[in-house]
Design a protein around this ligand. Structure first.
Ligand SMILES: [Zn+2]
Length: 77
């Protein structure tokens, strides 16, 4: 997901929606904390929010962790 896009325009997506009627609403409830945010291109953002059955919290959280580690780690050992 997103890795194949030649020109990456990032959007910040919520893993758990802010709205009770939004995608993947849950206990974290759309808070703007790093654990609930993932950077995606607009196409993938739309995809994960329109196919919640395929893109569940359980599936997105590991992606968020990998992305967060990459951003924070910055390649340093
Ligand atoms: Zn993408």
């Amino acid at each position: 997901m997103c890795d194949g896009h030649p020109r990456f325009l990032g959007e910040v997506a919520h893993i758990q929606s802010l709205s009770p009627f939004g995608p993947r609403f849950g206990p974290v409830g759309g808070r703007d904390v790093v654990e609930n945010l993932i950077v995606l291109c607009p196409s993938c953002h739309r995809l994960i929010d329109s196919d919640v059955a395929s893109y569940s919290v359980e599936r997105l959280v590991p992606w968020q962790r990998v992305q967060s580690a990459a951003l924070v780690g910055g390649g340093h050992e």
